[in-house]
Design a protein around this ligand. Structure first.
Ligand SMILES: [Zn+2]
Length: 87
């Protein structure tokens, strides 16, 4: 039996590291992720280095019962782009 400390598993797919409630998955298998997508699992070294899906990260934290870490502050004011032609 695999060690599984939390009720979710990470599952790389479609260039993001998603999370799923599926206990097991295999490369090429169709998996439903915590963010609600149906994706094809990718089990390669490169796939495990894909960035974490933000929505799955939030759901995984909820399932694990831990709060999300505060977002890093990059700037006090959000940068807004004005649409071309505005004034
Ligand atoms: Zn996701």
């Amino acid at each position: 039996m695999n060690y599984r400390p939390h009720p979710f598993s990470w599952c790389p797919a479609h260039e993001h590291r998603h999370a799923t409630k599926a206990a097991k998955w295999h490369d090429g298998e169709q998996v439903t992720t915590l963010c609600g997508a149906s994706v094809t699992a990718a089990d390669t070294v490169l796939a495990w280095l894909w960035p974490t899906c933000e929505r799955c990260d939030v759901h995984a934290h909820e399932l694990a019962g831990v709060p999300m870490p505060p977002k890093p502050r990059t700037s006090a004011k959000p940068v807004r782009r004005r649409s071309a032609g505005a004034r």
